[in-house]
Design a binder for this molecule. Sequence first.
Ligand SMILES: NC(=O)c1ccc[n+]([C@@H]2O[C@H](COP(=O)([O-])OP(=O)(O)OC[C@H]3O[C@@H](n4cnc5c(N)ncnc54)[C@H](O)[C@@H]3O)[C@@H](O)[C@H]2O)c1
Length: 372
Amino acid sequence: MNINIAIIGGGLMGREITSAFARWCALTGVPFTPVLKAVADLDQETLSWFKKIPSVTQMVSDYHEILANPEIEVVYVAVPHHLHEKIYTDVLRAGKDLLAEKPFGIDLAAARNISKVTGETGRFVRCSSELPFYPGGQRAFEIARSGSIGRILEVVSTFQHSSDLDPTKPANWKRQNTTCGEGGVLNDLGMHSCHLPLRLGWKPKRLFAQLQKGYPERPDGKGGTATCDTWDNALLHTWADIEGQETPIRLEMKRLQPGATNTWSFEVLGTDGGVRYSTSDTRALHIFERGKEQFWKRTDLGFSMPFKTVTGGIFEAGFPDVIQQMWAAFLLERAGQLGDRFGCATPEEAVATHEIFAAALESHKTSSVVSL
Ligand SMILES: NC(=O)c1ccc[n+]([C@@H]2O[C@H](COP(=O)([O-])OP(=O)(O)OC[C@H]3O[C@@H](n4cnc5c(N)ncnc54)[C@H](O)[C@@H]3O)[C@@H](O)[C@H]2O)c1
């Protein structure tokens, strides 16, 4: 069955999602096919890229025209953070379902309002968070929740970039509080670090945060300079109750991590076992076993995706694949057909990330441990 989709914001992510739809034939067991019908973007050059997608019949600069199109069932929105609340709630009030981008509003108040309008309109809403769909992410999640690793001692969940180390990289809206949000890197990368701990029910109950800024000025890409006032690195030392034990969870999100490109890592250590996965070594899953001797075992994962594809099982997964898997989960869950497979981040989880970010800002400001 075809599902008619519109995209608002055809930039980096709008195009990535379009390419995932364009090779939907890779999926073998998903009875829904997303068909991109309409795109809205303020930038004409960005819009004209979509001329190469034959199914797109509406290309507009005013997104309200898309919302008035009765053909459109689902809208994906990928715009700067200060526009999330207005555009997401407009989408919902127009009677469309929504795959929202993180951070689901510029701050906690915005996220709560989007969640409230979701409830009022009864629309199906999920928030983009694709990295747990890597085979290694899925396996680490299964092991973490299985109970097989004994009492959990420590959890480390991180997401790291390094491109901001280059002072000549032009500033964009992600480097300014007015458009990215006061949370800065928390807003930009935080969902990726928080999603699995939250899905496992390990919500921090208190935290201590260390936040760092990068270069205060960058080229603006037009021959001048632009002020950059966002936090670039965040270290969150948190405590959560896991199986009745107070357990340390370290959440990291960094735009200044030497050597890291788009590195998402998740590690859980327990008294009887452990698991470690990082996209920097995409295929490798490390499993700890404690016996008379202690072992870290490494296995190469193949293309063992939650939603089956034509791709051979010995091959490896990449970013475009997990984006496509996330969309498969979205469309199946929307139709009530996800079963017990891993679903996209929920509005409740997105609001919970903002509760963590707000506590982190408060903790850094006051140099104190903050309760959530
Ligand atoms: N899930 C992920 O891995 C991931 C990765 C990058 C970005 N993101 C998120 O995606 C969103 C967009 O980020 P991006 O990197 O694609 O940004 P981008 O700057 O590349 O694209 C944003 C687009 O929105 C357009 N736009 C701005 N105002 C608009 C309006 N009123 N109507 C229509 N279009 C408008 C811009 O012209 C631009 O083309 C953000 O929420 C960001 O946090 C998610």
